[in-house]
Design a protein around this ligand. Structure first.
Ligand code: MOS
Length: 779
């Protein structure tokens, strides 16, 4: 039976048809003592990674390989009047120059139909590509392409872009889809009328680039009419389909491989133009083509978290109960269609009957936004949690008590109860570990110019995953097994998690199992690794495939052990009698006797599994709360994060080691958003002035606070058969809000713009003293 089920990825819900599994194993009871899940297992590919043996796409060099480099627009808005490639083509070693004149049109995402367009809408937009014998010749040839540009008026910030006289980036104006996205429940005017306290503030969040350690890259190779692409991507199967569509190939003739990834964070979702161009060139030239973007190209053209200007108005009664929440958000999507919403946290996380959000996505002449780890939620939560602290202060309530006062037991947007909601546990456990209730004593230790402050923020994220996701498990005649999983490991240790799930269900130790992921050849379909969906989508598929193998294995064992199959179970490498656990037989012996003793036909067992539908009568969400302690130097304006305690509830814990690594990574990236990261555009040229890792600051080892990761384990049997929810994105969400609140607590004055740079701290202090401050860096 097929069922239509709702799947939400990065806040965007869609309906997916899925076959309802008939033989899916029942969810383990929350209190079940499992043998492998929940245990700290080192990554199965740890040795490859730390020894440098793991081959990333960047490491791949094929015989006779050529290199591609891209010429990018130096102007934020221009038309190509003419383009002359003859000098470039004459350079020895140059094999091909692709421009709008000779490149085929391909169906493209975001409403773009051309590989190379004649209208350029941002600095970094693709103009041409050169393929040459090596990278340096290709780079030299770029400089020999003569392009005559007709420069057009441009606009770099979304508020100016909405003015009636602003340069239009597309026909139909700069407001994407011509209208804001509006959500409303209850009556906000009534809610504000009932409020005893009201706050209103405007928050400006920065444009944050992904800054992946491995920049974007692909290698394309043809064998006859078959294409293989090694791609640094978060989505091997979806990219295979997109490549087949773009090039008019049968899906079966395209193979996409990404065995290791040096980070994506959303910027490696979706097929990229350079990948298609490399495939076209490789076919034409009969040689493999490699394309790697450099750090500047990555910053200029590979996406970002869009900047948002968010005005929040919030009202509550004397006792702290929220009566109204309102958000007006303007987000800059860049030059082409993308998402820039920020309202979901405000709509969802706190109990409030009257809510209205109005979100405008606006074109500007800059690089296009892309999903960036918890898109919308990072900036939306950062603003919301600050507005709540302001309101709590007006009521004279402790910020934690204020949040507990407005705790919501139901999903007010979807009108559903939650399956499991562990936010209260997150608050309590993090507060206890942080020492929230006795922070006054710690504050009293502040000396001189260095002021201590304490803040918190909470988080919701729809990382329940969902179909599609398929897996195959083989059990061989020596009792070892192999998992074939459709997804890829983007650095989150999915390889290890999937292997643990198979080991648990089969009753085998993890070291008896191998796994293949990140290669469309030999694996069944798996979706993208985005929206924290990989584990909750893929693990139930792996478990179901392993369960099918186990059923067959137990049937073999039943014959061998003279016991009914339904009395048998597996654990730690043995089949055992559940009525009499000392009666047991090694799985390896059962397999050997059962699979090699009966001729050559049945020499291994195969199981197939897939991800079933999501429940439609409960809302499955991921929860977390973080507490931050900062020290602000009021002489220099510098903020030092002393400590972050991060508690997250994401269902069952597969692996506390890799799970806490996700939490630490999220906190670090959230700290970058709070304090350091910002794309700076020069108004006079439209260029990004900090398109490198020297001027674009990300946190380094020197900046690290003490991070305490707390995994609140609450297995969620309604979510899926493994009881898990996603953990990739949740930990980045509340960090910046907690830090901003801690800074405000330390200073007694709030910085409404992120990142909280020393200059902005000094400006805020100057404003409080009634003096006019210095200058700020950003427009
Ligand atoms: Mo993500 S931003 O779903 O990789």
């Amino acid at each position: 039976m097929k069922k239509l089920t709702t799947v939400e990825i990065d806040g965007i819900a869609s309906d997916v048809w899925v076959e309802v599994p008939e033989n899916e194993p029942a969810a383990w009871p929350p209190e079940a003592e499992l043998a492998v899940l929940g245990k700290p297992l080192a990554r199965v590919d740890a040795y490859e990674k730390v020894s440098g043996r793991a081959k990333y796409t960047h490491d791949l060099n094929l015989p006779h390989m050529l290199w591609m480099k891209t010429l990018r627009s130096p102007y934020p808005h221009a038309r190509i009047v003419s383009i002359d490639t003859s000098k470039a083509e004459a350079l020895p070693g140059v094999k091909l120059v692709l421009t709008h004149k000779n490149a085929p049109d391909i169906p493209w995402y975001g409403g773009r139909s051309k590989l190379f367009d004649t209208t350029l809408r941002f600095v970094g937009d693709e103009v041409a590509a050169v393929v040459a014998a090596d990278e340096h010749i290709a780079a030299d040839a770029l400089a020999l392409i003569d392009v005559e540009y007709d420069e057009l008026a441009y606009v770099l910030d979304p508020e100016t872009a909405l003015q009636p006289d602003a340069p239009a980036i597309h026909e139909g104006g700069n407001l994407m889809q011509g209208r804001p996205f509006v959500y409303s429940r209850g009556d906000v005017d009534k809610g504000f009328a009932e409020a005893d306290h009201i706050v209103e503030a405007t928050f400006r969040s920065p444009c944050q680039v992904h800054a992946c350690l491995e920049t974007h890259c692909s290698v394309a190779q043809w064998q006859g009419d078959r294409l293989t692409v090694w791609d640094s991507t978060q989505a091997v199967h979806p990219n295979r389909e997109a490549l087949a569509r773009a090039l008019g190939l049968p899906i079966a003739d395209v193979r996409v491989i990404c065995l290791y990834s040096g980070g994506g964070f959303g910027s490696k979702l979706g097929l990229n133009k350079y990948t298609v161009a490399a495939a076209i060139a490789a076919r034409q030239l009969g040689r493999p083509v490699k394309v790697t973007l450099d750090r500047e190209e990555d910053a200029l053209a590979m996406g970002n978290r869009p900047l948002n200007v968010m005005t929040i108005r919030a009202g509550c009664q004397r006792d702290g109960a929220l009566t109204a929440l309102q958000l007006k958000s303007i987000g800059a999507v860049g030059a082409y269609n993308a998402g820039a919403g920020a309202g979901a946290p405000l709509r969802e996380i706190y109990k409030c009957a009257n809510v209205k959000t109005e979100e405008s996505a606006v074109y500007i002449n800059a690089d296009v936004a892309r999903p960036h780890r918890a898109p919308g939620h990072v900036q939306g939560t950062w603003a919301l949690e600050q507005a709540l602290d302001m309101l709590a202060a007006k009521c004279g309530l402790d910020p934690l008590d204020f949040r507990l006062r407005n705790y919501s037991d139901t999903d007010q947007v979807r009108n559903l109860p939650y399956s499991v909601k562990g936010l209260r546990d997150c608050y309590e456990r993090a507060a206890a570990a942080f020492g929230w209730r006795d922070r006054a004593a710690r504050r009293a230790q502040s000396r001189g110019a260095k002021k201590r402050g304490f803040g918190l923020a909470a988080q919701v994220w729809g990382g329940s995953g969902g179909p599609p996701g398929y897996a195959i498990v083989n059990l061989y005649s020596d009792g070892t097994a192999h998992v074939f999983s459709g997804c890829q490991d983007i650095g989150t240790a999915s390889r290890t998690s999937m292997l643990q799930v198979a080991a648990e269900e089969l009753g085998l130790p993890p070291d008896k199992i191998g796994i293949t992921m990140g290669d469309t050849q030999g694996t069944p379909y798996g979706g993208q690794s985005g929206g924290s969906r990989t584990t909750p989508s893929q693990a139930p598929a792996v478990r179901m495939a392993a369960a099918e193998v186990k059923r067959q294995l137990l049937a073999l064992a039943a014959k061998q052990m003279n016991l009914p199959a339904d009395r048998l179970a597996t654990r730690e490498g043995f089949v055992f009698d559940t009525a009499n656990p000392s009666t047991r037989k090694p799985i390896a012996e059962v397999a050997r006797a059962g699979l090699t003793g009966q001729g050559v036909v049945e020499n291994m067992l195969i199981g197939k599994g897939w991800r079933g539908p999501n429940p439609d009568d409960v809302s499955v969400q991921c929860w977390g709360a973080q507490f931050a302690e900062v020290e602000v130097d009021t002489d220099t304006g510098e903020v030092r994060v002393v400590k972050v305690v991060a508690a997250h509830e994401t269902g069952r814990i597969i692996n506390p080691l890799t799970g806490s690594s996700q939490i630490e990574g999220g906190v670090i990236q959230g700290m970058g958003f709070a304090l350091y990261e910002e794309r700076v555009l020069n108004n006079a040229s439209g260029r990004m002035v900090n398109a490198n890792l020297h001027d674009y600051k990300i946190p380094t080892a020197k900046d690290m606070p003490e991070i305490e990761a707390i995994m609140v384990e609450m297995p969620d049997p309604r979510a899926n058969s493994v009881g898990i929810k996603g953990l990739g994105e949740p930990p980045i969400i509340p960090t910046a809000g907690a830090i901003a609140n801690a800074v405000a607590d330390a200073l007694g004055v709030r910085v409404f713009e992120a990142p909280i740079t020393p200059q902005r701290v000094l400006d805020a202090l100057a404003r409080r003293k009634g003096r006019t401050g210095g200058t700020t860096l950003s427009p």
